[in-house]
Structures are given as C-alpha cells and as structure tokens.
Design a protein around this ligand. Structure first.
Ligand SMILES: CCCC/C=C\CC(=O)SCCNC(=O)CCNC(=O)[C@H](O)C(C)(C)COP(=O)(O)OP(=O)(O)OC[C@H]1O[C@@H](n2cnc3c(N)ncnc32)[C@H](O)[C@@H]1OP(=O)(O)O
Length: 266
C-alpha cells in the first residue's frame, strides 16, 4: 500500500526497517505500523515489509515473499491479559480508521496471501490489484480460527462484495483464489505476478488524475457512515473483543490454530 503523497515526494517519512513486526505493531505480514505511538499520520506511513524504494524512487518488492499480510498477530491474542488485549484492539481499530478514512489515494498491490486482518487493510484501500497466483488467497477466514469477525470487518466486506456473498464467505471463512476474488469484486484487477507493482502504479496515476478536493470529499461521503458506526461504539467494541478473546474456549481454538500453523511449516 502506498500513501500517494509519500510516493510522489519520494520520501516516505515514517519508514522503519526490519523484517519482524515489533511488539505493539498490528498485523503480521508486510504492514508493520506502530499505531500505539502517537502521533501517527497515515500520510507519513510507509511499509517496510512491502515495497520500499530503490535508488530511483521506484517501489521494490517486499522482502517477505508470498505474504501480503498474514492478518493480525495471533500471538498478541493468546495467553495475554485483558489490558493487553484492550490496547491491542484499540491499535487495530486505529489502524483501520486511519487507513479507511485517509484522504490519500491508497492502492493495495497484493503480492501474496491476504487473510483476515490483511484483507481488512486491503479493503480499506481505494483499489486492489492481486497477483495471479493460486496460492494467494484473500478473504475473512476468522470462523476457521473459531473466532468471529467484528461488525466493522463485516461492514467493509458487505460494502465491497455485497450482503449475500459476504454472508456466505464469512460463515464459511472462505478464502477466495484470485479468479473468484475478481469475479466477486473483492479485488479490482488480477494480473501476472511481475505486473502487480506496475499495474498498481498505473491505477494510482488514474486516481491521482482526478481533482484532489473533489475525490477526497467524495471518498469521505462514501465512507463516513461505515466509519462513524465504529467511532460511535469504539469502547464497546473493545470490551466485546476483550471478553470474547478471554474465553477459555476461544483461547483454546487460537492455540490449536497457531500450533497447526507451526507444525505445517516442516
Ligand atoms: C474477535 C476476533 C476478531 C478478529 C481477529 C483476528 C483477525 C485475524 O487477522 S486472525 C489471523 C488470520 N490469519 C491467518 O489465518 C493466516 C495464517 N497463516 C497462514 O495461513 C500462513 O502462515 C501464510 C499463508 C500467511 C504464510 O504461509 P508460509 O509462508 O508458508 O509461512 P508459515 O505458515 O510457515 O508461517 C511462518 C511463521 O509465521 C507464523 N504465523 C503465520 N501467521 C501468523 C499469524 N497470523 N499470527 C502469528 N503468527 C503467524 C507461523 O506460525 C510461523 O511461525 P514459526 O513456526 O514460529 O516461524
């Protein structure tokens, strides 16, 4: 995801080096944003796991191949205390709100797997370009982890692919392969892997060609109601998350899922 202003100025500001997310960062995968340290402006946000810039200022591929984002960091949701969960969830909300409400043009160049939290960040962008690789699935798979997507994940899904498709995909925890993601409207373009960055840049140019004030006002008009719904009940949403995630049965499900991931590795 590029912040247009950062890209245009060739100086992303807020860049941080390093392959692994730090404690306090939100999703695993490419996007390592410490939203707990204030002030953070998305306008200064850049993605150390996603494209950096080469000497000409052009984007370079991320250094974590095959994964756009593995979603939220499950280790932040397992075996911790309620205060930790509350702080973590507040940071997740903040990241989404800032991304979703950004006045910048955001284009997601999805060159890897994009489940759950990864999908929700991609959905907060204005446009999504997905690499045509059958392993690069995208969607909200929370039910497969034994957890439930919060209402604002669901709202973003419904806004993008409609109610019926969301109802089905959410219940099944379905991860769409590229062709199906395109068909259902979850992504806007599917292109060969080596064309993802160039296509994303072309898209960016198309969006930036529109007078900025008109585009920004229109974006806000389209997104305000969805964002306001979360803004009105942020604290209640945090409390729901904490009480849900603290349940023994939920902790057990997450641990089993994480263990399966670790075992699958070998
Ligand atoms: C009330 C709840 C509200 C909503 C809450 C949560 C929303 C979410 O985002 S939940 C997270 C959903 N994510 C997933 O289900 C993705 C799981 N991961 C994968 O499918 C694969 O790891 C992936 C396809 C992304 C990448 O595959 P590989 O390249 O083959 O890597 P590995 O599978 O070998 O994984 C490497 C390493 O990372 C650990 N891992 C993977 N995903 C996560 C994660 N989301 N959180 C924490 N850790 C994760 C995996 O266990 C491996 O760990 P090590 O063995 O310790 O190296």
């Amino acid at each position: 995801v590029w912040a247009a202003k950062a890209w245009r100025e060739g100086d992303p500001g807020g860049t941080r080096a390093g392959r692994r997310p730090r404690a306090g960062s939100v999703p695993t995968g490419f996007l390592d944003v410490d939203v707990t340290s204030a002030p953070l402006a998305l306008e200064c946000l850049y993605t150390p796991w996603a494209p950096g810039t080469d000497s000409d200022g052009a984007p370079t591929p991320q250094d974590c191949p095959r994964v756009f984002s593995a979603g939220l960091d499950l280790t932040e949701m397992c075996g911790r205390n309620p205060a930790h969960y509350a702080e973590y969830w507040k940071a997740v909300q903040e990241l989404w709100l800032r991304t979703y409400l950004s006045s910048l043009v955001l284009v997601a160049a999805i060159n890897g797997a994009c489940p759950a939290g990864g999908c929700i960040i991609a959905l907060a962008c204005d446009c999504r370009v997905l690499a045509d690789n059958p392993k690069y699935h995208i969607g909200l798979n929370e039910t497969l982890l034994g957890i439930t997507a919060p209402f604002w994940f669901k709202d973003a899904y419904v806004n993008t692919i409609g109610h019926r498709a969301s109802e089905q995909a959410l219940q099944l925890g379905y991860l769409f392969p590229p062709s199906e993601a395109l068909q259902v409207g979850l992504v806007d373009q599917v292109v060969p892997e080596d064309q993802v960055l160039s296509t994303a840049l072309s898209e960016m140019a198309r969006w930036l060609a529109v007078p900025d004030h008109a585009r920004q006002l229109t974006k806000n008009m389209m997104r305000k109601a969805t964002a306001d719904r979360l803004l009105r009940q942020r604290d209640a949403d945090i409390q729901n998350f904490v009480s849900f995630i603290c349940r023994d049965s939920i902790q057990k499900s997450l641990q089993v899922y994480l263990e399966k991931l670790r075992q699958r590795k070998g």
